[in-house]
Design a protein around this ligand. Structure first.
Ligand code: AMP
Length: 357
């Protein structure tokens, strides 16, 4: 006689929207737990197809492909935010999507995201909706001459983000498309941290301890675990992260990126309702990785108390530092992950290394 937990994972398939590195690492953990995967992505050489049981190589909007995807998938998750909402609504009619659509909708649009967070009484950078060039001019005055112009949608790894100054805004006059942007004030932070929250189906939440992030030109380069911040700041960050996860009805995991300023105030920068690059250290530093946690929640498996075995520095391998792979392979305290992307390009994430101590 099978008990309930093993019944939940026997002959089950997880549908994953997106076959990038995050999809690949979700698939690897699902497979370790005996769960098959069906993965949909338009790019035929996307990394996660190396680990998929069923491949659906198609645009996210193709109805026939979505039908095929749903038919094979007992439950569905996604590895990135920018999946068309119509496709998600179609899938939702036939399957359950984790960590959930409310969070996804908010994370797809920086304006909705910032409004949602600040309406909860949580600090964010000062932000303004930009409808046209006149708004840019007026806003830069309010923000004392320097600000960050961000596209509301489709921004990632620093893309769609421009530091603007009062004196150079005439240069962008002709490039401002209607209703496409927000402007944020520049936060003088002393640290960037992130917190990953696991929320189970019964609503109970557990947090990983915060990690510390270093970005260059908007791209994450390194994450250090644990973050070098006081216990008081850690607890504050975790409480904010749990409040956000609950308010967004997360079932699964969510990563919250935050700034810590010099008076130890926490300002939330971004939410990512999925596994996150700044959580890759969990693959080797503790007993349960962010990917395993997501799969466990989706298939009703227990979440153990999180135990930390190592300190860890996670380094992203980008196109320009691809040669670190060879060096790393000789190091006994390093665990390397190579995503298997088809092209090496500057700024493209090709793998990561967890350096353990
Ligand atoms: P984002 O795409 O919004 O996560 O931004 C990428 C990175 O740009 C962040 O991790 C920060 O390093 C920097 N950044 C974004 N927004 C701000 C801001 N309002 N103030 C200061 N730095 C920022």
């Amino acid at each position: 006689m099978k008990n309930n937990v093993t019944k939940n994972i026997t002959n089950k398939t997880l549908g994953i929207l997106g076959a990038g590195q995050l999809g690949k690492m979700i698939a690897m953990e699902a497979s370790r737990l005996g769960i098959k995967t069906c993965i949909l992505d338009p790019n035929k050489s996307a990394p996660a197809f190396q680990n998929a049981n069923i491949i659906v190589n198609s645009e996210y909007t193709n109805k026939k492909s979505l039908e095929q995807f749903v038919k094979h998938s007992d439950k569905v998750t996604y590895e990135f935010e920018n999946i068309p909402l119509e496709s998600l609504s179609f899938i939702e009619k036939n399957s359950q999507i984790f960590p959930g659509l409310k969070a996804l909708k908010h994370s797809q649009d920086r304006l909705l995201e910032k409004e949602f967070i600040s309406n909860l009484g949580i600090s964010v950078a000062p932000f303004y909706q930009i409808k046209n060039y006149v708004d840019v001019k007026n806003t830069i005055e309010k923000l004392k001459g320097t600000a960050i112009l961000k596209t509301r949608k489709f921004g990632y790894d620093g893309k769609g983000q421009y530091v603007i100054k009062k004196y150079n805004i005439p240069n962008i006059k002709n490039n401002i498309e209607k209703n496409k942007y927000i402007i944020e004030g520049v936060i003088k932070f002393k640290k960037e941290i992130s917190v990953i929250v696991i929320v189970k189906k019964d609503g109970s939440a557990v947090c990983y301890e915060p990690s510390e992030n270093k970005h260059i030109n908007g791209i994450l380069r390194e994450t250090v675990f644990p973050a070098k911040i006081s216990t008081k700041v850690k607890n504050k960050a975790k409480a904010i992260a749990v409040k956000l996860a609950r308010s967004l009805n997360i079932v699964g995991i969510i990563a919250i990126e935050m700034f810590v300023d010099k008076s130890n105030e926490i300002i939330v920068n971004e939410i990512a309702p999925r596994p996150h690059n700044s959580g890759h250290w969990t693959m080797d530093a503790c007993n349960i990785s962010q990917f395993e946690a997501l799969v466990r929640v989706i298939f009703d498996m227990p979440i153990p108390h999180i135990k930390y075995y190592h300190k860890c520095k996670m380094i992203n391998i980008l196109g320009e530092n691809y040669n670190v792979i060879e060096k790393s392979l000789y190091k006994k305290n390093q665990k390397i992950y190579v995503y298997g992307k088809d092209q090496i390009k500057e700024g493209r994430k090709l793998g990561h290394i967890n350096i353990l101590s």
